[in-house]
Design a protein around this ligand. Structure first.
Ligand code: PEP
Ligand code: MG
Length: 883
């Protein structure tokens, strides 16, 4: 097979499409050669060689030596130089280049081919002795570090001492004599460290560097990067050997990096930096401050050092032409590296540039408007998750931050405020106009009012689907969860982190997009939903099949979701309405009542309040479908805790505190998630569901009458395992519907359906569909019950599972297609076999996750439902899934 692909001089063996074989860098160097751009000639040793290398005990295919020798000779012929020649030496760079870009993870060697003899030839050819010896010095340092494992610091020390002795402050003050002395010292150090001299043989140098690049594929840095970015080990890297061009040959030479559009705003402008008289790594290393490319950018920044447009105007014009050519060819914004050697431009790299969400939208829309890409391509160019960046306030990137610790990025956005340790206190402080960060070990449903009042939420326990995370995302509040380094002492109102003690009232900033927790206030910038956002979302809406609904129960959330384009409510968790200040007492009275009569008295107080809630939701959703789930959590979540709360409930119910205490004790459960919750409550206490159903029907009639249209509520029963449960509850609800219809003299259309969140319900989907008009997959609970992993505590060991490769991703974030997904598929098929028009949706957290949405599209669900701030993400992901 062919192991080596050459490029340069307007020709190449490879093409841009051959990234798998040639790596990104090699494929694009070949492509640029075909385009007739000035690319220093060279060759790519393929990723197949990397695979061979690791499969054969780090050895190469037999023919490779000959192929490389021929390719080196070919490069020499193209540039008119000879590798290892003492009069006219060819120098090369040796760089890695994997299929996916892995910036800075693998090794590079520049100026290869220098020794005590060739350096003389280089000096003569360049007419510049200082340049030649400076290159030689750099080469020894880089090669020793990368190939021989003699670290940088050895050489930096020698250089510093030398400069100090001479009284120099800058490297540029070093004379050829200084450099020669340094080289001698460098070589001595290498020999002392290795017990053998620095290799003078240029072929030994070359094979050393090739081996080092292949070897670096498996260095610790690269392995970590691959794990974090889902890059398979098996891909391997290619090696690119290329004739050196020099940006450090005096004042008409330079090196630079550029983007063809601004990667942070997306604006079509020349964006980049260059350094005169420097070599590639100098720009990245940050030793000297680079200068602007365009005059406009320089002026805008108030910089006085000349831009490239001013200092090298002809080359600049040429560079701008290259940018246009590359963009038109690749039809995307490019990230480019170039070198200018004595006023001649050379292209070293091009690839699609990384960009912010804002830039991604602008570039996709503008490239489409410019006719370079079609709408479908534009839709596919924007990663849905990125939209999150646009919807929330973010930290001002220019602001300083004092990071205390890090937790999970549970709900995006940034917020600052004073610390408060309880929900009540948070609400009180917020009422006084203060900005508050609610800090809790973990949150529970009774903290909702505090979470609502807070700017952000910080917890020391809990994972990505913990209560705090789910609720915060729903509300669009930034949240950092599971920051394990925090020691929270709520009783004494202190928070200790790394020995630092913070009190109530101290200021914190959290970044729910990164998980960072910072001391003091870090300024934020507000989101700006630009025209590009709505343009692209409009295109996405036109192609998607899946409907997108929202999980919402407060009017604010429902309105937010509508603004973001939600097409109805897929899950209204009624229990979240139970904690508001105007009703929690009645809720407690209801659950602690010792008999049905007591419950009914309390439920009568709740009925008008719930009806009012539903009226608002129906009005906001104006005819769009609204799915209301009847009470789900175990009653024990609503229990009063403090003596004062117990006394308050006793007074309201007119019974002694001791009675309330006994009842509260009876209701406590050891494993409430698998306990007396969901439809099981409806079976035991039918009057609760009956009250909720009545509230829904009365609200539907009220809103319908006002709007002159019918409201068709969708009533959803949670945690069903059997058809029998559903039959019983359906019967009760039908009874209420009939009663309300008779009272009001109006027919009430409604749907009744169930959540599928237990494996048994999924397996019996056929039978359950006989009773249910819709299924909504509650994949939070379905994941929990399928794996037998608690959604509240799993964070402790999920990381270990991911690291060990047992899970590819957190199954609470991205649906487990093989297991949980199979249950969803089965239930859908069996359900639709019985009831062909069975409406299917998903309302677990997965409804806002792009990978899970692709699964929903494949499985033929009708809609996904997600928290308001994920609605735009879901709209875009659904469009991409349909393409
Ligand atoms: C679910 O279980 O996926 C669901 C949506 O219900 P909840 O998160 O309220 O249990
Ligand atoms: Mg559930």
């Amino acid at each position: 097979s062919k192991w080596v692909y050459t490029f340069g001089d307007g020709k190449a063996d490879g093409r841009a499409e051959m990234k798998n074989l040639l790596g990104g860098k090699g494929a694009n160097l070949a492509e640029m050669s075909h385009l007739g751009l000035p690319v220093p000639p060279g060759f790519t040793i393929t990723t197949d060689v990397c695979t061979y290398y690791y499969d054969h005990g780090r050895t190469y295919p037999d023919t490779l030596t000959g192929d490389v020798r021929a390719a080196v000779a070919d490069v020499g012929a193209k540039v008119g130089a000879i590798f290892g020649d003492k009069d006219n030496p060819l120098l090369v760079s040796v760089r890695s280049g994997a299929r996916a870009s892995m910036p800075g993870m693998m090794d590079t060697v520049l100026n290869l081919g220098l020794n005590d003899e060739t350096v003389l030839g280089l000096a003569r050819q360049a007419g510049d002795e200082r340049f030649a010896y400076d290159s030689y010095r750099r080469f020894i340092q880089m090669y020793s570090d990368v190939v021989l494992d003699v670290g940088h610091h050895h050489f930096e020390e020698i250089l510093e001492i030398h400069k100090e002795e001479k009284g120099y402050t800058l490297d540029t003050q070093l004379t050829p004599a200084d450099l020669k002395a340094l080289i001698a010292e460098y070589k001595k150090t290498v020999e002392a460290e290795l017990g053998r001299p620095f290799p003078a043989d240029v072929n030994e140098q070359l094979w050393g560097a090739i081996g080092a690049v292949f070897g670096s594929w498996r260095n610790a840095r690269a392995e970590t990067y691959r794990r974090l970015n889902d890059i398979p080990e098996s891909w391997g890297t290619a090696v690119n050997v290329q004739a050196m061009v020099f940006g450090n040959m005096g004042e008409t030479s330079a090196t630079g990096v550029a983007f063809t559009r601004n990667p942070s705003t997306g604006t079509a402008e020349i964006y980049g930096e260059y350094l005169i008289n420097a070599q590639g790594e100098d720009v990245v290393a940050g030793i000297r401050t680079p200068q602007y490319l365009s005059k406009a950018a320089r002026v805008a920044a108030g910089d006085t050092k000349p831009s490239m447009e001013e200092s090298l105007p002809e080359v600049y014009v040429q560079l701008v032409e290259v940018f246009h050519k590359l963009e038109r060819h690749y039809r995307d914004m490019q990230d480019i590296e170039f070198t200018v050697q004595r006023s001649k431009l050379w292209m070293l790299q091009t690839r699609s540039g990384k960009r912010t969400a804002k830039a991604a939208l602008k570039i996709a829309v503008e490239l489409c408007n410019e006719g370079l890409i079609d709408r479908e391509t534009a839709i596919l160019r924007v990663e849905p998750q990125m939209l999150d960046q646009l919807l929330h306030p973010t930290l001002d990137p220019k602001a300083a931050r004092d990071v205390l610790t890090r937790g999970l990025p549970a709900s995006p956005g940034a917020a600052s405020g004073i610390i408060s340790f309880t929900a009540d206190d948070t609400e009180k402080l917020a009422g006084e106009g203060r900005k508050v960060i609610l800090v809790r070990a973990e949150t529970s449903p009774e903290d909702i009012h505090g979470m609502h009042a807070a700017q952000g939420i910080l917890t020391s326990r809990g994972g990505m689907t913990s209560h705090a995370a789910v609720v915060a995302r729903g509300m669009g509040r930034p949240c950092v969860s599971g920051a394990g380094a925090l020691k929270i002492d709520a009783a004494n109102q202190t928070l200790t982190v790394l020995g630092k003690v913070l009190k109530r009232g101290d200021v914190l900033t959290i970044d729910g997009s990164t998980g960072e927790v910072m001391l003091g206030e870090v300024p934020t910038v507000q989101p700006e939903l630009s025209g590009d956002f709505s343009t692209l979302m409009g295109w996405a809406d036109a192609v998607r099949r899946l409907k997108v609904r929202t999980n919402a129960e407060t009017p604010l959330d429902a309105e937010t979701a509508r603004r973001f384009g939600a097409e109805g409510i897929g899950l209204c968790r009624t229990e979240h309405m139970f904690f508001d200040a105007d009703r929690i007492l009645a809720v407690r009275e209801m659950i602690l009542a010792s008999d049905k009569k007591g419950r009914e008295t309390a439920l009568a107080k709740l009925l008008p309040v719930q009806r009012g809630d539903f009226v608002k939701l129906f009005e906001i959703m104006a005819g769009l479908p609204v799915t209301i789930r009847l009470l789900d959590p175990p009653l024990h979540e609503f229990l009063p805790h403090t003596e004062a709360e117990l006394a308050e409930v006793a007074a309201a119910a007119g019974v002694p505190v001791s009675v309330i205490k006994t009842r509260a004790h009876d209701l406590a459960e050891a494993n409430p998630m698998l306990g007396h919750r969901g439809c099981r409550l409806g079976i035991t206490y039918p009057e609760i569901y009956e009250m909720q159903a009545r509230a829904i029907f009365e609200a539907a009639i009220e809103v319908g009458a006002k709007a002159g249209a019918t409201v068709t509520p969708e009533i959803m029963i949670p945690l069903v395992a059997t058809k029998a449960e559903l039959d019983i509850l359906k019967g009760k609800i039908a009874g209420i519907a009939k009663a309300v219809a008779a009272e009001k003299g109006k027919d009430i259309p409604y749907l009744i359906g169930t959540m599928i969140e237990l494996p048994r319900a999924a397996l019996r989907g056929g039978e359950i569909a006989e009773a249910a008009e819709f299924f909504s997959f509650g994949t939070n609970d379905l994941t929990q019950t399928t794996f037998g992993i608690s959604r509240d505590d799993a964070a402790h060991f999920l990381d270990d599972y991911i690291r060990a490769g047992i899970f590819q991703k957190d199954p609470f974030v991205s649906i487990d297609e093989d297991g949980v997904g199979e249950l969803v598929r089965l239930a859908s098929e069996r359900g639709r076999a019985v009831r062909p028009n069975l409406k299917l949706g998903i309302c677990g957290e997965h409804g806002g996750d792009p990978a899970s949405i692709a699964f929903c599209e494949k499985t033929g669900l009708d809609y996904v439902s997600c928290s308001p701030y994920r609605v735009p993400i879901a709209r875009l992901a659904a469009a991409q899934a349909a393409l």
